[in-house]
Design a protein around this ligand. Sequence first.
Ligand code: FDA
Length: 309
Amino acid sequence: MEIGIRLFRSVILGLAGNPAAAALSRKYGMKLGAGRFVAGQTRDEALNRAQELNAQKLVVTMDHLGEGVRTDTEADGYRTEYCALITAMKERGIKGNVSLKPTQMGLALHEERTYARIRSIAQTAAGCGMFVRLDMEDSPYTDRTLRIVAKLRAEGLTNVGPVIQAYLRRSDHDLKSLTSTRTNVRLVKGAYKEPARIAYPKRQDVDSNFKRLIRSRLDSGVYTAIATHDEKIIDWVKAYVKRRCIPNTAFEFQMLYGIRTPLQLSLAEQGYTVRSYVPYGTMWYPYFVRRLAERPANVGFVVRSLLKR
Ligand code: FDA
């Protein structure tokens, strides 16, 4: 069963970087059912969704979809969009922050120029009292992403923080270093295809490491975002913080837009901070494929969406 799931994940994730599949999906657009996971193709649509979520006691992190850009012009365009997004969020009084992908800002091309673009976004956000999360992508970018975060924070831009992936064997070490600088971190299981040499291949090992990382952060008192839809882990966190008298203000839960919405609302009702990750834009294909790989049943959902047309 475990081997079957791993094989399924590997095949589906392989499609994320496939240009022919990407072109096909663009042609069929939202008919594939991507609308379940993506809040809209335009900024305005996504801002409207964010306001609705705020009204339901959820805070948001907004993500303008895009990754692996091939030119500086494209990366500059994403930088401009993020600055406009932050300003629009502030104007509309949206309770939230933004998440971006370093390769969307050009990390596959040039580290210094990527750093400069992210710095300009972080400065705009700081002016609006807003936090900027750097999503963590596949392992070739881990060191460079952590370097950019460290450099920005050393410059005084402490409104920036990274993501740590529990499937990576190195994460315990990385997290300790981030905790020592009191960096706000989002903890996740990890969504990319990685070799067993650097990442735990078995789900139960990833889950155990995830809990280990969560525990070390909750014990440290440094603010932490726990991003998962795994109800067993969420229940475990709730019991742990209760036992240790850790206040709800020391952490938050995060979940993706369109996934486990009733659970998001119920946790918010119980008094936990719940942040919904709200992606938008036209470059939704790789994001969508990662969501399919996380849950075999989602592929059935796509097939049903196609058949309904
Ligand atoms: P797990 O995969 O065990 O799922 C637990 C349960 O949740 C499933 O049984 C199912 O019911 C539900 N579920 C999970 N995924 C689902 C899906 N796609 N569709 C429907 N139901 C689903 N990764 C990364 O590498 N870098 C990053 O920067 C981020 N950022 C990020 C932000 C936020 C807010 C979240 C919630 C997640 C990420 N991730 C991420 C993705 C993360 O690494 C992981 O792949 C997914 O969260 C799925 O793992 P779970 O922890 O939910 O557990």
